[in-house]
Design a protein around this ligand. Structure first.
Ligand code: DGL
Length: 284
């Protein structure tokens, strides 16, 4: 199963899943890091959003998605969804011992801890990622002296899905969510005047699409962490030298609903056109 066509390219694809098209920002980074590898991407569009569901439901959905990808003969699973990474990684790793399971949360937390100078890190994510506190725990485990300010920005998911990445609505939403955290002096608490965060983790796969509106709200000096690239580096390190061949790998897309919408919206997230006839409709 390892060598294909004598080109030295492993035949087993890397499986990637998300609740929808947001994880295509992670797939984009994976393809850049591992251009010779084949990928199969599953967007669970029928059940999006995961970010407002209970942890039990998200674990069940994540196991369903991973079963389908395991049936595709994958040799690595990338959980390209922060919400699923926050709650379902232990269950996925227990169920699938035959291949590595890599989430986006730990690489994002590593990158934030490496970037911060003041130790004050902000995390923006979906409601359930924030409520579960997994980012805060991951950052404090690595950097116990840190202070973490977490803010749910659920509306960003809808704005990214709608293609409203820039302009007045995106800017107003970013200002509403972020200015209270980043405005100078806004963190004052009694006599104690606290500094604003110097690092911001985009803890949801949709949020990189709104980066320019987010940048405008937080100002030029904050380091913005998108976990897509750190995650791709972890996948590459985990798989060793595989994927460095000269032949370009293939992409296969699976969606649980709305293949046309997946193609239309997903193309923006992936940074290249996706045709509706490239997307296979599946049931989980
Ligand atoms: N993909 C999800 C995440 O990264 C955001 C969308 C959703 O709520 O399902 O958390």
């Amino acid at each position: 199963l390892i060598e294909a066509g004598g080109a030295g390219r492993p035949r087993a694809p890397i499986g990637v899943f998300d609740s929808g098209v947001g994880g295509l920002t992670v797939l984009r980074a994976l393809v850049e890091a591992l251009p010779a590898r084949d990928f199969v991407y599953l967007g669970d569009t029928a059940r999006l959003p995961y970010g407002t569901k209970s942890p039990e439901t998200v674990v069940r959905y994540a196991l369903n998605a991973a079963e389908t990808l395991a049936d595709c003969g994958i040799d690595c699973l990338v959980v390209a969804c922060n919400t699923a990474s926050a709650v379902a990684l232990p269950a996925l790793r227990e169920r699938f011992e035959e291949f590595p399971v890599i989430g986006v949360l730990e690489p994002g937390a590593d990158a934030a801890c490496a970037a911060t100078r003041t130790g004050h890190i902000a995390v923006i994510a979906t409601e359930s990622t924030v409520q579960g506190g997994a980012y805060t725990r991951a950052i404090l485990q690595r950097h116990p002296e840190s202070r973490v300010t977490a803010q749910a920005c659920q509306l960003f998911v809808a704005l990214a899905e709608e293609g409203w990445h820039e302009g007045a609505v995106a800017q107003a939403a970013a200002a509403r969510y972020l200015e209270p955290i980043f405005a100078s002096g806004a963190q004052s608490c009694g006599a104690e005047r606290r500094s604003a965060p110097d690092t911001l983790v985009l803890g949801c796969t949709h949020f990189p699409m709104l980066e320019s509106a987010i940048r405008e709200a937080v100002g030029p000096h904050v380091t913005i962490i998108d976990s897509a690239h750190p995650t791709a580096q972890v996948v590459r390190a985990t798989l060793g030298e595989q994927g460095r061949g000269s032949a370009a790998g293939t992409l296969r897309f699976l969606a649980t609903d709305g293949v046309e919408r997946f193609a239309r919206v997903g193309g923006r997230f992936l940074g290249r056109e996706i045709r509706a006839d490239e997307v296979e409709l599946i049931a989980l």
